[in-house]
Write a protein that binds this ligand. Structure first.
Ligand code: WTA
Length: 631
């Protein structure tokens, strides 16, 4: 692109999707506004209609929403089976031979599985679990890498009403043990190992350590992969234990409020919380958001780069795409191994049309430079999604230009483990504003409020709340109802998301980061994300993390930890340049008092920077729970 068009691109505040996307999209800009207004005027009527249109119900519900504050139930009296919606109904609809997943890994191994084959595998596995004595409501911990075997295990649990608790296969033995203990899982399903960056990472030995002495763990099902080894005591082989099982099984109708899964996620304090989701509302919401956010079409190849160990994998690799009968690519590997072109090579090879990743990945690729994606044909791409943290306008534009080649739409999606699915996003045919997550999804009433829960005027920083329950809202924290109640009691009866946000005149919401990371410098509120965004917009910087430090006069001062782009050498002059840059972007109040050049930032395994850890180190205080730390 010429320098001139680059400048024009940077200056643009609003983007429209290419004409062919707008022309064929399920929801237009005007359609969004109309349907949103309807969905808020009467959410129960809205969701009842969508639920009848989009899902198969074995029995229709009696009540759409029962709200006994702070508890709520959706589709009470209704019965469905999420795996019926994900598998059987597509086969009944003639999609038996449609691919559900294309699996590939670092070594280029490939496995393809159709909806017909997937159902048979799930049935066999579910029959095996039943024979093992697993009954509805039992908890099963899954500790496996992203493989077809893992997805089969997850779906088999759901098919018989066992509650899965997937633990990211990078967690340590003690973190895994904690999650097994909290959920009192009687069965563990694990893989022997995974391969990452060419190295074998043993998983089974982590499980051995984690379950040591846990008498209630009755069975450990081991996916052995290439090498077989001798299994002892409670252990059974993933394939052997189902060898004689039938590949047929009728999907048993489940109560709409039957618990589907627990997913442990970190809070600001204490042990991780076991966020619990149930069947009906979750199926509906993830189905509908997947369909609309990615504007799914029958010939799409969809790729979400998340791991199934996180909520994004649950909702947008497993349940949402399957419920829609989509074909997904899954990749067991790192984004930059054997080289930073690996993802782009996969997009070229499989002609991926819809792609969903995290800003941290985008910034990683920015660091490697645009020459890498430029080597590949990415012309199949249509929609590029972002999730997990605020996507700063520079990363948005880089993604738009270097991956989307100015011919795709970039959609941002804000949501949380607790929300089950997308809450705020920019639907593909609607206008997009780089750096702003977008507008609320149908039936979701959001607001930005002050500490007293009062609505704030446009462009004022406040707390993000959701005013009423939505179908895929967490139902509780497993065995910890008080922690669940906190979400709804902290902020005047609204759901308290814990994020800072602003809303502009068009209703576009910008997420500024967690409210616990807010800085107050000389009485000015500054989101750490704002400063970081300013820092990474500096051409010599790849990544940045900002913390607040107590300051005698200003209240807080700002310290920035900065990773430089490859080839950039730290110097006193550079330090000044960076400071001036931030001053120009944000004003003097946002300018870091201190900047430290570092090689690495502490991150959770899902890629979030742990500012808490930086802060504790800087201030010499207790670091607290670091079980989610990457290294
Ligand atoms: C952050 C991940 C800005 C936010 C799906 C939220 C985001 C937390 C975005 C939830 C986004 C997620 N823009 N921030 N598009 N998406 N977040 O539970 O702070 O792992 O509260 O769910 O991530 O993280 P979680």
């Amino acid at each position: 692109m010429s320098d001139e068009s680059e400048v024009l691109l940077q200056a643009k505040q609003e983007f429209q999707a290419p004409a062919n996307i707008i022309a064929n999209a399920a929801i237009s800009e005007a359609g969004y506004e109309k349907l949103y207004a309807e969905s808020i005027a009467d959410p129960e009527k809205f969701w009842a209609k969508i639920a009848s249109e989009e899902l198969h119900w074995h029995k229709k519900w009696d009540t759409v929403l029962e709200w006994n504050y702070p508890d709520y139930k959706w589709f009470s009296g209704g019965e469905l089976n999420i795996t019926y919606n994900c598998l059987d109904r597509h086969i009944a609809g003639g999609k038996e031979n449609t691919l559900a997943y294309i699996y590939t890994n670092e070594e280029g191994k490939e496995e393809r599985i159709t909806y017909g084959e997937l159902l048979k595998k799930v049935n066999k596995f579910a029959n095996g679990l039943k024979e093992m004595g697993v009954v509805k409501g039992d908890r099963i911990t899954v500790y496996m890498p992203l493989t077809i075997e893992q997805i089969v295990a997850i779906l088999a649990c759901a098919r018989i009403g066992a509650i899965h608790s997937v633990v990211y296969a990078g967690f340590s033995a003690s973190a895994l043990r904690l999650r097994i203990e909290e959920s009192q899982s009687k069965v563990i399903i694990c893989s022997a190992y995974t391969k990452r960056r060419g190295k074998i990472i043993l998983l089974k030995s982590v499980v051995d350590e984690a379950v040591d002495g846990l008498v209630y763990v009755e069975k450990i099902i081991v996916h052995q992969r290439e090498e077989k080894f001798e299994l002892v005591e409670k252990e059974v082989d993933y394939y052997d234990f189902i060898i004689d099982q039938s590949d047929e099984m009728t999907a048993e109708p489940m109560d709409a409020e039957q618990p589907l899964f627990i997913l442990y996620t970190s809070g600001t304090t204490g042990k991780p919380k076991g966020v619990l989701h149930t069947t009906g509302g979750y199926n509906l919401f993830t189905h509908y958001t997947t369909r609309l956010a990615f504007d799914l079409k029958p010939d799409d190849i969809y790729w979400c780069t998340a791991d199934t160990g996180w909520v994004t994998g649950h909702s947008y690799i497993v349940y949402g795409p399957l419920s829609n009968g989509a074909t997904s690519l899954i990749f067991e590997g790192a984004p930059d191994f054997p080289d930073p072109g690996v993802w782009w090579g996969l997009i070229e090879k499989y002609k991926v049309t819809k792609f969903y990743t995290a800003p941290t990945a985008v910034r990683l690729f920015m660091k490697y430079g645009e020459a890498w994606p430029a080597k590949y044909d990415l012309s199949s791409l249509k929609i590029l999604g972002s999730v997990g943290e605020p996507i700063n306008p520079e990363a948005w534009l880089w993604y738009y230009k270097n991956i989307g080649r100015n011919n795709c739409v970039v959609i941002d999606t804000w949501w949380q483990t607790e929300t089950g699915g997308h809450m705020i996003l920019s639907l593909p045919a609607c206008k997009q504003k780089p750096g702003r997550a977008g507008r609320p999804f149908f039936g979701v009433e959001t607001d930005v409020v002050n500490k007293n829960g009062e609505s704030l005027p446009a462009n004022t920083v406040g707390l993000l709340v959701i005013k009423k329950p939505w179908p895929s809202a967490l139902r509780t924290c497993y065995n910890d109802a008080p922690r669940f109640q906190q979400y709804w009691t902290e902020m005047k009866g609204f759901y308290f998301a814990g994020d800072l946000a602003t809303k502009d005149e068009d209703g576009f919401i910008m997420i500024l980061g967690r409210s616990d990371d807010v800085l107050n410098v000389s009485g000015h509120r500054i989101g750490t994300a704002e400063v970081e965004s300013a820092l990474v917009s500096c051409e010599s910087i790849a990544e940045a993390a900002v913390i607040g430090k107590p300051h005698e006069i200003k209240g807080q001062s700002i310290k920035a930890f900065v990773i430089l782009r490859q080839g950039v050498v730290p110097s006193e002059t550079l330090l000044q340049t960076v400071k001036n840059h931030v001053r120009n972007e944000l004003g003097a109040i946002g300018m870091p008092d201190e900047i430290e050049f570092v090689d690495k930032l502490p991150k959770t395994r899902s890629g979030k920077i742990m500012r808490r850890v930086l802060k504790a180190k800087e201030l010499g205080t207790e670091i607290g729970d670091v079980s989610t730390l990457e290294d």
